[in-house]
Design a protein around this ligand. Structure first.
Ligand SMILES: [Zn+2]
Length: 649
């Protein structure tokens, strides 16, 4: 046996490839520079100051002066935040930093950028210097990118982390800093920062805040604008919660009493759910502006929320955006206070890891929908329609054949949020949000069923997120901690339950929560009101469940479902849809063509498309008619979804 095997191996090797020598020629590379030291848990000596002049809104420039005390001469490294909490990726806007000049004792100091960490700058502090002074600018902050600050003629978003450098090697919680900002004349602002004191000045008042830690500063963006209104969402409560609204038109700021009540019930329902508050005051920062657009970023004591201008003035049309505030608010508990251990870092240069985002984002997506229903920000039917849309998108998704849900938690790092995702059902994008929500619905209904309605995921939320009322020092957790907390509510093989759903390859999405809830996913030829509102608000027409494509801006195919009828016909994502059966494309023309193709004996649908600068006609051989998802009650079963969505007394 032995000689035969080695003989075969020798024949194979000699026929196919030369054996590699023990050593082989390779060029000599340069060694990597020393790593930027991770932040030690020791206080940085002295108080930094940061002055931001934000008055140049016409040219979209923030001008910054910063002072950093130094203990003595020698090498020093300064860093701009690279991994920003809540963004789950190295998105620090280093590309916008310009005009950096560092000096000490009136002398300019040379700086050298680190050749690996582009956000780090090395200097040598001269003898006798007690502090260094920095001058820098953030240029043309863009809108639409969630780490980019945004500036329009009517409002601005200032994220302090993008306009400041801090000493490397110290935990951000141990660096103390005093921020101030100069705003355009007549503008008002909101922020979670404490101790604001405004001094009137020609050309724009200056507001100085109390000294705080760099961790809190980065977590406390400032919103300002010429049209602003502030609503009290917890009148008379010991812990204040406010909604600060910024718009480019005064008329967009006005909430009706019923709208205001729904936002107040959100605060009530969330605090009843979690049984704690991890802030001493909380400020929703909400921009109603097409330029700044869709934004959602969580913080401990505030959240950034961006929608279109009609949030209040066209309540029904903006329904798809109305789980945004419940989602970001939930993050104060899930994500900020309780944080995955591999996502917490002492500083913002150390890489963050996203393995538990199916809890951090997935369960927040779940509570965002549930709290929207419990508060009345959405109706029960609107939430059921949303669940149907999530389930219908995920259930047939072929991407799960190659990519587990667990792997999608790397999505924010692997495919930047704005990367083209034309074959979304195959790439899977950020599925841990919606599929995470379905897993938690699955868990919730299982707990409700097994305990005869005595317990629910509410009990997990209270036990897991509701500890240490009043504290906003993060408490980290691991997979094992999640499993242990679930077992304390209902003994079960939760590790197996979760790992099967996280690591499996299908078929199908985790829809057991819908079934156990007494409902099933069905398709009809009419979209739900929520589906129609999504299409109108986000400007696309959805044919995903019939011919397998979505048509977006400028009649482009924003998505083509992998292995769907349009895909089988050879249609590429990104192509422009020109004509349907010889008639210029319009949504209703394609809808009618799909209806007609369902008639007995009807032919294929001919689509004229422009792709890669060529015109061609493809035949989509599909005869199933228009299809849109809905949830339908299963008669004779308990309605557990109703129980999930019912407000807590
Ligand atoms: Zn989130």
């Amino acid at each position: 046996m032995k000689s035969l095997l080695s003989g075969l191996a020798l024949i194979g090797a000699s026929l196919c490839a030369p054996l590699l020598p023990a050593t082989f020629a390779q060029p000599v590379g340069a060694p990597l520079p020393p790593a930027i030291p991770a932040g030690r848990a020791v206080p940085y000596p002295g108080l930094l100051t940061l002055q931001v002049d934000a008055t140049d809104v016409a040219r979209h420039i923030y001008r910054v002066r910063e002072t950093i005390p130094v203990a003595g001469p020698g090498p020093m490294t300064l860093s701009l935040p690279k991994w920003i909490p809540g963004e789950h990726a190295p998105t620090g806007p280093i590309n916008l930093l310009a005009g950096l000049v560092i000096s000490a004792n009136g002398q300019r100091l040379a700086w050298v950028r680190d050749t690996v960490e582009m956000t780090a700058f090395h200097i040598v502090v001269p003898p006798g210097a007690e502090q260094i002074e920095l001058e820098l600018a953030q240029t043309a902050p863009g809108s639409g990118s969630f780490s980019g600050t945004a500036v329009t003629p009517e409002m601005l978003v200032l994220k302090w982390g993008g306009v400041s450098l801090v000493p490397a090697g110290y935990a951000v919680s141990g660096i103390r800093i005093q921020p101030s900002v100069r705003l355009p004349a007549g503008w008002r602002f909101a922020s979670a920062l404490d101790g604001a004191a405004t001094t009137p000045q020609a050309g724009g008042d200056v507001t100085r805040f109390a000294p705080t830690t760099y961790e809190t500063l980065v977590d406390s963006p400032l919103y300002a604008g010429s049209h602003m209104r502030r609503y009290d969402l917890a009148p008379g409560a010991p812990v204040p919660v406010h909604l600060n609204v910024f718009a480019d038109d005064e008329a967009h700021l006005a909430a009706t009493p019923a709208q205001l009540d729904a936002h107040r019930r959100l605060v009530q329902q969330a605090t009843r759910l979690f049984g704690s508050q991890h802030y001493d005051h909380y400020d929703f920062l909400l921009t109603l502006d097409d330029e700044i657009g869709g934004v959602g970023i969580e913080h401990h004591r505030s959240s950034e929320n961006g929608t279109g201008p009609r949030y209040f003035t066209d309540w029904d049309a903006t329904a798809p955006d109305r789980d945004l505030l419940p989602h970001e608010y939930t993050h104060s508990w899930n994500g900020k206070f309780r944080r995955p251990a591999d996502l917490w870092t002492p500083d913002y240069t150390t890489p963050m890891r996203d393995s538990l985002l199916w809890v951090y984002e997935g369960q927040t997506q779940f509570w965002g929908q549930v709290l929207a229903a419990r508060s009345g920000l959405l109706t029960r039917q609107q939430v059921l329609d949303s669940i149907a849309l999530m389930a219908a998108r995920l259930d047939p998704e072929p991407g799960r054949r190659w990519r587990s849900l667990q792997d999608t938690t790397n999505g924010e790092i692997v495919n930047a949020r704005n990367a083209a995702r034309g074959y979304r059902s195959w790439t899977r994008g950020l599925d841990y949000y919606d599929e995470g929500a379905l897993i938690w619905l699955d868990a919730d209904t299982l707990i409700r069923q097994q305990t005869g309605g005595k317990k629910s995921l509410d009990d997990f939320a209270r036990a897991f997120f509701g500890i240490d009322d009043g504290s906003f020092v993060p408490v980290t957790y691991t997979f094992g901690d999640v499993v242990a907390a679930l077992n304390a509510v209902l003994p079960h093989d939760w590790a197996g339950f979760l790992r099967r759903r996280l690591d499996g390859h299908g078929p199908g999405a985790p829809l057991d929560g819908i079934a156990r809830g007494g409902w099933r996913l069905v398709y009809t030829d009419q979209p739900s009101a929520m589906a129609k509102a999504q299409e109108a608000l986000y400007k696309y027409t959805d044919f995903n469940y019939s011919i397998g494509l979505a048509v977006g801006k400028d009649d482009r195919l924003s998505d083509v479902r992998w292995d769907g009828p349009a895909f089988a016909a050879g249609l590429p994502a990104g192509a422009t849809l020109v004509a349907v059966n010889g008639v210029p494309y319009a949504a209703d023309v394609l809808q009618q063509a799909i209806r007609d193709a369902a008639a007995p004996g009807a032919g294929a649908i001919a689509l004229l498309v422009k792709a890669d600068n060529r015109y061609r006609t493809v035949s989509v051989d599909y005869h199933g008619g228009l299809r849109y998802p809905h949830l339908e009650r299963v008669p004779g079963t308990p309605d557990l979804l109703d129980a999930v969505l019912t407000p807590r007394p």
